[in-house]
Structures are given as C-alpha cells and as structure tokens.
Write a protein that binds this ligand. Structure first.
Ligand code: SAH
Ligand code: SF4
Ligand code: F3S
Length: 440
C-alpha cells in the first residue's frame, strides 16, 4: 500500500467553514488523504476562505503568496481554494495567483475527489456551481473515530434575506434546510463518538424548516426538542439567528428545554431605524428590544450576544448614538462589531462610503461600551456555581478548561474530572478572557 497523502486545511470565517473543513477532509479520505497540522509536509493545501469583509478576502491572497515557497520546494504540492472567496471570485483566483490548482465553491465539496484527481493529471480544476443535489448527501458517511466533547452540525445553509451589505446570499446561495432524519442520525452518530454538546449551524439557523421523518415540516424548535431526547447529548446551542425568525416555540424552548443553553447570538447590526431600513433588515430597533424582552421572560438568565456594523453608508452621528442607546438598553454579555466594508455586488456598495477615521472612531466607542458590558457579565459570574463542560487541558499542569452554560471559558486546577465531563464549579475569579473556579 502506498503511503497516505497529507492534507492541510486552513479555515477562515464562520463556524460553518469549520464544519465544512471537517467534511472536506472526510470527502478526501477515500482519495488517500489524511490530515496534517504541518503545511510543509502536505501534498495538498486547501484554504477554506471567507468573503464577508474586504480584509477577510485579502488574507487569502497574502496567504497564497506565502505558499509559493512551499510549492517551489515541492512542485507536486497541490493548492486549492475553497469557501466563499472561491464562490465569489472563481477563475479570477487562478488568474491572480497561478499557483492555485483547484477552486471549489461551498456547495460543491462532494465533487472534491473528482477535482483532486484532475489536478493529479496536471490540469486545473474549478467548480463553483450550485448543483441541485445536496452536498451533504454525497459526502461519505462520517468514519467513526472518537471526537472531542463539542461539535458543530450544519442544519441550514444559505440566506434569502439579502441585507444590503452582505455577500452571504451570493456566496452560499438560497436557503436550504437539511432533512431532519439525516440531522438526527448525524447527531446520534456524534454522540456515539463522544460528543456531549452540539451547536446547530446555519446562516439563518432559526429559519430552519426541514422535512421531518413524519413528513411534517420541522421548525428549529422541533428539531431541538427531538435532539434533546438523545441520551448522552447534554447540551444544545444554535447560531446564527435572525430576529425576524424567532418564533414563539423557539422562544418557549429557551424556557422549557433543559438542554438548550441560556446563550443566544441575535445580531441587530444597528440601533437606528433609518439605517436598519437602508440595510434591508426588515425590523426596527424597537421590535428587536421587545423581542429580547420576550426571550428573557422565557429565560431570565439568558446571556445575549450580537453583531454590529458601524459606518454603514449614510450613518450619521445621531444614527450611531441610536446604536449606543440600543446597546445600553439591551445589555450584551458578548458581541462582535465591525466597520462597514463595501462588498462588490451588494446594493450598499453603490453608495458613498464614510471616511475611514469616522468609522474607526465609532468602532472604538462602540467596542468600549460592549467590552464594559461583556466584562460586567463575566464578573457577575464570580461567586456563582456553574456547570462546566470540560473540553481540554489548560496551560498549567493538571489544569482543565471548559465552557459554562453561558459560553464563558472556565478553568479549574484539576481534580476528579476528565475531558467530556460536566461538573459543578464554584467561580472564584474573573480574568481577562476567562473565569477560574474550584470543583464543588
Ligand atoms: N447570518 C448572520 C450573519 C453572517 S455574517 C446574521 O444575519 O446575523 C456575520 C456578521 O458579519 C454580520 O452579522 C455582520 O455584522 C457582519 N458583516 C456582514 N457583512 C459585512 C460587511 N459588508 N461589512 C462589515 N461587516 C459585515
Ligand atoms: Fe447576511 Fe443578512 Fe443573510 Fe445574515 S441575514 S447572512 S447578514 S444577508
Ligand atoms: Fe465568511 Fe462565507 Fe461564513 S463569507 S462568514 S465563510 S458564510
């Protein structure tokens, strides 16, 4: 038997790319590949890319530039670009960087083995179609190696919302929900392999409506409730949600489904109705605040996370202050905030941009507020008893690190727990990026 070929995958962007990278590695298994952590040993390097902001997309070209050295040292090395930059820029990538052998869009991963074979014959290979078939159906069944305690599971892909700034509807295509029976089987398989917490993924995960095994349409709430019946599965999370798709049953599930964790990522982007309208978000600041109140009524200790964009075209100082006011009113435990970045092909890219220094100034002011809130939420955990799912060893001898219900990193000095256990921890200290505590 010949030695296995080595595959190195570098993943950028959102969790969906993390999930896709795992599945690409599995798809290339039958072609004789095993994964490696060392790019210099690789026979194939795949960059799984993100197109969401200009900086994210530019990273790909600088990384490709750096890979030239490896390709010079090993001319047999194949270099591929996958993910959202592949989808958005296609052949342009090969024109800009001739060392690229393969370009594959996010909906075509099941065709990777055939594309890889073409590169072995010395041709370039490109596939950025949106095929009719489901890429997940055609990937080989997951092999059975043991896994760590947490896993991502993509349940829904694509987006029909067309926010004016966003490339996702173009790079990932229309919204598609995977059939519930397949997701239940995949969840059971993950649990059999040691997974205790599953995060359900979708660009609009709460818009999930998949075909159930009973023929009925399953909502995300239904899927969560059914998964909660899987023995051995201890925790369920989901991300990312759109405010307009939070239905009553999903709100109720936050109150009555024990395995659903009290953490919700619910992006709002702006607190100004004028800007929300220009962004095509189809909700107001007020309706978002009311929605959060309803979810917190179901689950008072919910830790809320969000996404914000500052400096959207036309945003005035008054609009920006509305965003600060919304953040003050809602209170976030965690958040991501970005300077608006014009993306080719999106409606907002046609509009005049704000000066860079104005965007930077607003981002700094917003982040100061969000960081204060995040720190306060983390500090408020001191003295509480939390349940921690231990995920890995810490930096110090014997130390273990895990996540609380609220997704804060928690470390303990060690003791009678192992990775994969959920244990009670009394929180004693809040540090820069984590909590520390003692086993109860
Ligand atoms: N589907 C998710 C978002 C996916 S993109 C949702 O609707 O919430 C993740 C985040 O990137 C967005 O929430 C937004 O805050 C940010 N983002 C998207 N496009 C952007 C752009 N052109 N410039 C700056 N930030 C952007
Ligand atoms: Fe992008 Fe809006 Fe769709 Fe989210 S809902 S992926 S921000 S278009
Ligand atoms: Fe980026 Fe594509 Fe995810 S653009 S954020 S990798 S869907």
């Amino acid at each position: 038997m010949s030695d296995p070929k080595k595959l190195f995958i570098k993943t950028y962007g959102c969790q969906m790319n993390v999930y896709d990278s795992e599945r690409m590695a599995e798809a290339l298994g039958p072609s004789g590949y095993v994964t490696t952590d060392a790019p210099e040993d690789a026979d194939m390097i795949l960059l799984n890319t993100c197109h969401i902001r200009e900086k994210a997309a530019e990273k790909v070209y600088s990384e490709l530039g750096r890979l030239k050295r490896l390709k010079d040292a090993n001319p047999a090395l194949k270099i591929g670009v996958a993910g959202c930059v592949a989808q958005a820029e296609g052949e342009e990538i090969m024109r800009r960087q001739p060392l690229v052998d393969l370009v594959v869009g996010p909906q075509s991963y099941h065709r990777l083995p055939a594309l890889e074979a073409r590169t072995r014959e010395g041709s370039k290979a490109l596939d950025t179609e949106f095929p009719q078939e489901d890429k997940f159906d055609h990937l080989p069944a997951r092999p059975a190696p043991a896994r760590g305690p947490t896993a991502f599971l993509t349940v829904q892909e694509g987006c029909d919302k067309f926010c004016a700034f966003c490339v996702v509807p173009y790079t990932r295509g229309a919204e598609v929900s995977r059939p519930a029976a397949r997701l239940m089987a995949e969840a059971r398989d993950l649990v059999a392999r040691g997974v205790r917490e599953i995060t359900l993924l979708g660009q609009n995960v709460n818009a999930y409506h998949g075909e159930g095994p009973d023929g009925a349409d399953w909502s995300l709430a239904r899927l969560i409730r059914e998964m909660a019946d899987i023995d051995g599965l201890a925790r369920i999370r989901f991300t990312t949600s759109h405010p307009n798709d939070m239905d009553d049953d999903l709100i109720a599930a936050h109150g009555d489904c024990d395995k659903l964790m009290p953490y919700l990522h619910l992006p709002v982007q702006s607190g100004s109705d004028r800007i929300l309208k220009a962004m095509n978000r189809k909700h107001t600041a007020e309706s978002y605040v009311r929605l959060v109140e309803r979810i917190r009524a179901a689950r008072p200790d919910l830790l809320l996370s969000g996404d914000f964009i500052v400096g959207f075209p036309g945003e005035t100082e008054a609009d920006f202050r509305d965003t600060l006011a919304l953040v003050e009113a809602v209170g976030y435990g965690q958040a991501y905030s970005f300077k608006y970045s014009a993306r080719p092909g999106t409606p907002a890219a046609e509009r005049a941009e704000l000066p860079e220094d104005e965007k930077s100034d607003r981002l700094a002011r917003l982040q100061a507020l969000l960081n204060r809130q995040a720190r306060a939420a983390q500090d408020a955990m001191v003295g509480r008893e939390l349940r921690v799912l231990f995920e890995k060893p810490g930096r110090l001898e014997g130390q273990l690190v895990g996540k609380s219900e609220y997704l804060h990193a928690v470390h303990v000095p060690g003791g009678e727990v192992r990775i994969g256990d959920i244990a009670r921890v009394r929180i004693v200290n809040s540090e820069a990026h984590s909590l520390s505590g003692a086993l109860v």
